[in-house]
Design a protein around this ligand. Structure first.
Ligand code: 5AD
Ligand code: SF4
Length: 442
């Protein structure tokens, strides 16, 4: 049996899905450390393995099911090993995990992470537990996330989503929208500044609908206050919704040098008919008006998007309209997906009538066009010099470092003596692909 306060009780957390999940993993890690557990990055020596899961598309869930088959081996090797499912899939599938997956010991949804230590303890006593209540108030406001990087921090400012896009499972797995207070966020930013952090990614499922009701603060106010509180820190944010992309927010971004000139603004489709069915709450005209304003006030601001191919009833004309908006906006990057029906959502009741091979064909067309657009925009960066915050060793070569420009472009450059994570270096861009810039420090 495990002893809860024995630091030998090591927990390994594997995270899937969006950045909110990565940020949540730091919250769960903090809750566990508080209770005497230690966090390990080695599943082989762990006493508890947690999978922080994603439900947004069917293939995200499939990955977890496959991983569970794999994890059976760990359980065979160590019969005391506990396995917990946390995150969106825990919320969506609930007891199904316990009924159908005998290797799962406990299940915890996104608003019940404070219960993880208790559920581990119960599981040690042989009780297979579940905690999946959604909350209208839980923001983990008082918990200091256990961050692993010393220079880059995720900062969750709100949770949940009230938009109810017809394809999206998030309102059902993460519940209603709620924001943290301005006061507590500024305190956290102040602490991050004191601790030497260089970059903060401000996070929320719908970050620009942030609202601190007690002080009447909206997202633009928060961003302005954050930028002023920590002038030496670079701020980015994700993910914003076109409906809440106000003039005030764009003006605030333009006013502050330490707010990155980068906006992830998912359009999903270029067809008004499909946008209406998706319950997105805007038209192509509104969306393009926002883009115009962004480009007017911040020339050179980079913009990325999400696209869904093959939403129910999507015609070839609708699909062409999506290709058109990609060309018209000229996105620096895009996440592109095939529509995947999700239980509980409104679209789930609509006939998923675009055949899979047609969805694939449309998706490939979208990817190919976007590839060309990003390639062209990245080529235009050659010869320019960008301040880059050093993030990590390059994924492909130990002789190179990588970091990001103010416009969120990944830059790879040869390492040189004395350079370290969190440093800002000037990099002259020498070549590019559609995904990456390459250069050298000047
Ligand atoms: N099918 C395909 N893509 C989806 N997304 C969300 N739900 C679905 C779905 N059912 C995509 C959207 C969203 C991104 C996070 O995932 O593009 O912006
Ligand atoms: Fe999902 Fe729409 Fe909310 Fe984004 S805005 S999380 S796509 S419901």
């Amino acid at each position: 049996m495990h002893d809860k306060y024995n630091p030998k009780n090591k927990v390994y957390i594997e995270t899937y899905g969006c950045q909110m999940n990565f940020s949540d993993t730091e919250i769960v890690s903090a809750i566990l450390s508080e209770s005497g557990y230690s966090i390990t990055d080695n599943p082989d020596t762990a006493d508890v393995i947690l999978l922080n899961t994603c439900s947004v598309r069917d293939n995200a869930e499939r990955k977890i099911h496959e991983r569970l088959i794999h994890l059976k081996r760990y359980k065979k090797k160590n019969k005391h090993l506990l396995l917990g499912i946390i995150g969106c899939m825990a919320e969506r599938l609930r007891t199904k995990f316990l009924d159908e997956k005998q290797i799962v010991d406990f299940v915890v949804g996104p608003d019940e992470y404070r219960k993880v230590p208790q559920l581990i303890e119960n599981a040690n006593e042989g009780e297979r537990g579940i905690a999946v209540k959604l909350s209208r108030v839980e923001t983990y406001d008082d918990i200091v996330p256990l961050r692993t990087s010393g220079s880059f921090a995720w900062l969750s400012i709100m949770r949940g989503c009230d938009k109810f896009c017809s394809f999206c499972v998030v309102p059902y797995t993460r519940g209603r929208e709620r924001s943290r207070s301005l006061e507590s966020l500024l305190k956290e930013i102040e602490r991050l500044r004191g601790d030497g952090f260089k970059e903060i990614m401000v996070l929320g499922q719908n970050v620009n609908s942030y609202k601190d009701l007690s002080s009447g603060t909206d997202f633009a106010d928060l961003l302005a206050a954050a930028a002023k509180t920590a002038p030496g820190i670079r701020f980015r944010y994700m993910t914003s919704h076109p409906v809440d992309m106000s003039d005030k927010l764009i003006e605030t971004m333009a006013e502050h040098d330490n707010v990155c000139k980068f906006i992830h603004l998912p359009v999903q489709s270029g067809s008004d008919r499909i946008l209406k069915l998706m319950n997105r709450g805007y038209t192509v005209e509104h969306y393009l008006d926002r883009i115009k304003k962004i480009k007017e006030l911040m020339p050179g601001c980079s913009i990325s998007t999400d696209i869904i191919a093959g939403y129910p009833t999507e015609t070839v004309e609708d699909h062409k309209a999506t290709l058109d908006i990609l060309s018209e906006v000229g996105y620096d990057g895009a996440f592109m997906f095939k529509y995947s029906p999700r239980e509980h959502t409104k679209a789930y009741n609509q006939n998923d009538d675009v055949p899979d091979e047609e969805k694939t064909r449309r998706l490939n067309e979208i990817i190919e066009l976007q590839h060309k657009i990003s390639g062209k925009l990245n080529k235009a960066e050659i010869g320019k010099i960008h301040p880059v915050i050093v993030e990590s060793m390059s994924k492909k070569s130990k002789l190179d470092w990588q970091g990001r420009t103010d416009t969120n472009k990944v830059v790879v450059f040869p390492a040189y003596h004395g350079i370290k994570e969190g440093d800002t270096v000037s990099v002259k861009i020498e070549r590019s692909t559609s995904a990456t810039l390459f250069g050298k420090v000047v």
